[in-house]
Design a protein around this ligand. Structure first.
Ligand SMILES: *Cc1c(COP(=O)(O)O)cnc(C)c1O
Length: 394
């Protein structure tokens, strides 16, 4: 008999759990797009979007998923024949590099595997070797959602500065936005890419590109820029419709308004970062305990290289069965493994991004442990106690 009836929990890394408040804010008749409340509400989004990126610079909104936000950044950044350096730590970083390359940009890749962060020393070497300063942009993923590796943006910026390389630094923050600490201006990031459906707790469909004065200036002549993706028109719109290059994504904007109120004005961004870090540590503690008595392990050994919004777990040969048990018997859907080198049946991902709290996290861990027991998958004892201790310590 299934115990799944009740509120289901979709613990996959995007789309994330949507608060009822966000859904309710969207449940309204179509608003007038030519004047009135929609215009005022939209204007209120921009300061909050700057706040979550920690920037006083520019932001453009797109009706797009994360791939669309990549394309927006790419077409503004590059001209055909430009060169980029891509730092790959998982399947999403690899995909971004491929998307850039398909536009006719020459992409140098440094691949750090699937279980380790970018080594800033190798970035420094690669940039030092580029004596003619041909590399225009360094592409980095803060948290690669497939491997769940988190990169040290500050150290990579320092490596670029150490060799006085003028390349722009562009960071994909789609999985980490409002979950992991990020400081666009303080850290010297030129371009940052985000999307609505992960830490921002809003349905998929909005993409964001933040960009610095330096990027604006340096990319004025980019010949891949098309009218629709042009960030200048969207960020510096004279008329309302130019913000979206056409009809506004009205209901998504109302949902986003509510989500930003919850994150920026009620909880506070730093408290949201702290919440994600603590919930992540509870999950890591549990997985480490299971691993003491079975073929179960975190993908990333170094805690400093783990994202705070999603955790990739190796579960030798049992991942598919465990995911099915959790969904069918307990109402929890875990993420599939993605882009790892060995069989997909060895991997799953637990998402803990956005609208998640202590009881949801402890619930997911208890369900996983129940599934391990029910399926006879060997695992160490004490995982739930370890997670409880993290939560109790706050
Ligand atoms: C989810 C994600 C993407 C892709 O976003 P889509 O909305 O699926 O196109 C890209 N990069 C990262 C880091 C992500 O987490």
């Amino acid at each position: 008999m299934s115990l799944a009836r009740g509120r289901p929990y979709l613990a996959i890394p995007g789309p994330s759990v949507m608060p009822d408040r966000v859904l309710n804010a969207m449940h309204r008749p179509a608003p007038d797009i030519y004047a009135g409340a929609l215009h005022e509400m939209t204007a209120s989004l921009f300061p909050d979007l700057r706040a979550i990126a920690r920037t006083g610079q520019h932001v453009a909104i797109y009706i797009a998923n994360g791939h669309g936000a990549w394309e927006a950044a790419n077409t503004n950044l590059f001209s055909r024949g430009d060169r980029a350096l891509s730092l790959v730590t998982g399947a999403f970083g690899a995909s971004w590099a491929n998307a850039v390359e398909r536009l006719g940009v020459r992409v140098d890749r440094i691949d750090f595997g699937r279980s380790a962060a970018v080594d800033p020393g190798r970035v420094e070497q690669a940039l030092a070797a580029d004596r003619g300063h041909e590399i225009k942009v360094v592409l980095l993923t803060q948290v690669d959602t497939a491997s769940t590796v988190r990169n040290d943006v500050v150290a990579i910026r320092a490596a670029m500065d150490a060799v006085r390389h003028p390349a722009l630094l562009a960071v994909d923050c789609i999985a980490s936005l409002a979950c992991d600490p990020f400081e666009m201006d303080l850290w010297g990031v030129d371009v940052m890419v985000g999307a609505s459906q992960k830490g921002l707790m809003t349905p998929p469909g909005l993409g964001f590109v933040w960009f610095s004065d330096r990027a604006l200036e340096r990319c004025k002549g980019s010949d891949l820029r098309t009218p629709y993706w042009d960030w200048t028109r969207r960020a510096f719109a004279d008329e309302y419709w130019e913000n979206f290059c056409g009809t506004a994504p009205t209901h998504h904007l109302y949902g986003l308004r509510e989500a930003l109120t919850m994150i920026v004005h009620e909880e506070g961004l730093e408290a949201a970062w702290h919440r994600h870090r603590t919930l992540a540590r509870a999950i890591w503690a549990a997985v480490e305990a299971w691993g003491q008595g079975g073929d179960i392990a975190l993908n990333i050994a170094d805690p400093l290289a783990r994202g705070h919004s999603v955790t990739s777990v190796r579960l030798g040969g049992a991942a598919t069965r465990l995911r099915a048990w959790c969904a069918e018997q307990a109402g929890v859907t875990l993420g599939i493994g993605l882009g790892m080198e060995d069989a997909s049946d060895d991997w799953l991902r637990i998402a803990h991004m956005g609208h998640v709290n202590a009881h949801m996290t402890l619930g997911v861990l208890s369900v996983i442990e129940s599934g391990l027991a029910a399926l006879g998958v060997p695992h160490g004892a004490g995982a739930l106690d370890a997670a409880v201790a993290v939560i109790a310590a706050g």
